[in-house]
Design a protein around this ligand. Sequence first.
Ligand code: CP
Length: 297
Amino acid sequence: MRHLLGIEGLRRSDIEALLDRAEAHLHGSPDASHVLRGKVVANLFFEDSTRTRTSFEMAAHALGAEVLNWTMAGSSVSKGETLLDTARNIEATGPVALIIRHRSSGAPHLVARHVRCAVVNAGDGTHEHPSQGLLDAFTLRRRWGKLDGRTVLIIGDVLHSRVARSNLHCLTALGAKVVLCGPPTLLPPGLEALGARVTSRLDDVLPEADAVMCLRVQSERQSESFFPSAREFSRLFGLNAARAERLKPEALVLHPGPMNRGVEIAPAVADGPHSVILDQVAHGVAVRRAVLEVVCR
Ligand code: CP
């Protein structure tokens, strides 16, 4: 695998090999600290990030690499420098991989066609966030052993969610059933063709779920008159304590972060017994080590 641009199109065996390698890293793979020694990994984040940027940085350090943390603030983007010129100039300094987050869907794909080093998509617009899909699947696999036959309910702002798209591809490839649930205004057409069951009837599907993933309501991508407002969303689709009571006792609750506490998820649920949200973050480092190891090979 030269780049990681998306989960769509990866074979089950590719995904499982990455998750198996992440498992080895979680247990302290004995020979990983020299894998990228003397190499540089460049983080190019054109959008803000807490979890993805820091965990790619930690993953690169754990493999022995130096990390260049480029951010848009303070860069020559303010003078009109393009995405491609920025990426090619950073590449000229010699990194083995560019980790790219951008608000435009397809931005890392464009860069990958014009550079020689590896490119990893760290979230492109509303398209994909492949390392998030992998770490979510990894978190579920560690709890269940395998995903075949399990039902994962993804609730909320599917329309704007690159996390939902990567999870849909990843979870179905691993044999899980994916149910996407949200208000009709936040459910784009064509999801059934990708293998999902789609519904707006949250209370009907909650008891079926082996895991529930709440998506962040991306208010920044909605106008003021958008339906539903955050308050309406919370009432109609928020995972609150009453709804959590209707989950299977062993059901897992995930959220990719950052959370809008009190909107898509209540604090009592985010911090409650079903939650594996901080496990997701911890697993992100091991999964991103596996990704870097594979694309920088
Ligand atoms: N899940 C995720 O992408 O979080 P960050 O925006 O903090 O990287």
